[in-house]
Design a protein. Structure first.
Length: 234
């Protein structure tokens, strides 16, 4: 699958993200966890079976696009559901193809998990003026997440001690490696990149193991790249 299609989808999400910011003078909420509200950029918890914690009256988040269309960025995407899914993610769940393969940076948009990933010592980005460091062109917002890892809509990265930034971190979630060992990212300034991973443990095989097989994984060569583009010490 051509990389430019994946990048176009991710850049479209960044455009929707920035349009939302223009209208609301803040970034869309990125609540993470088992959100049961559409008051977030996206909601719904995926797995390989039927998905978890569906909203009352609505079936599986795996395949039900309600969780995309009716969340905060749905109207800003013109109801275009394709931008939530990398076309290279072709392995279906037991009930059909999952409708989302992307997640948002846990340091962008706020989160209920303030103490989990080092958010007390690292910068969080709730509005455009917060993007001082690393800066809009160096702060990723959306990425393609590894199929065994994806669950909620927040990508969690346990940052290193601030004095060691940007050294290796513990990955609570795993980025994808669909593109010949690379992953797609889009950034706060709207541009997109395909980044190629170096270490084998950054490119685990897809085992159809329910989330999250990437928890606790570290990569001495790869995680500093994503750490330096996720946040920066306060």
């Amino acid at each position: 699958m051509p990389d430019h299609i994946s990048l176009n989808n991710l850049k479209q999400q960044s455009l929707a993200f920035n349009l939302y910011n223009t209208d609301n003078t803040k970034f869309p909420a990125n609540l993470g966890g088992y959100v049961t509200s559409t008051n977030a950029w996206c909601t719904g918890v995926l797995d390989w079976n039927v998905g978890q914690y569906p909203l009352p009256g609505y079936p599986s988040p795996n395949t039900n696009t309600f969780y995309l269309v009716n969340s905060l960025l749905g109207p800003y995407n013109g109801k275009n559901l394709g931008v939530y899914k990398c076309p290279a993610d072709r392995i279906p769940s037991t009930i059909g193809p999952r409708c989302r393969s992307i997640s948002m940076n846990g340091f962008v948009g706020g989160t209920a998990e303030w103490d989990v990933y080092g958010l007390t010592t690292y910068r969080t980005f709730l509005k455009e003026s917060d993007l001082v460091r690393p800066g809009p062109a160096m702060t990723w917002v959306f990425l393609d997440e590894q199929p065994d890892s994806i669950n909620d809509c927040l990508f969690g990265l346990h940052m290193p001690p601030a004095t060691l930034w940007p050294s290796a971190a513990s990955w609570d979630d795993m980025p994808a490696s669909y593109h010949n060992g690379a992953c797609g990212f889009s950034f706060a300034d709207g541009h997109g990149e395909i980044h190629k991973w170096l270490d084998a443990n950054s490119k685990p095989p897809i085992l159809k193991k329910n989330p999250s097989s990437g928890a606790g994984t570290t990569s001495a060569h790869d995680s500093p790249w994503i750490v330096s583009r996720t946040s920066a010490p306060k």
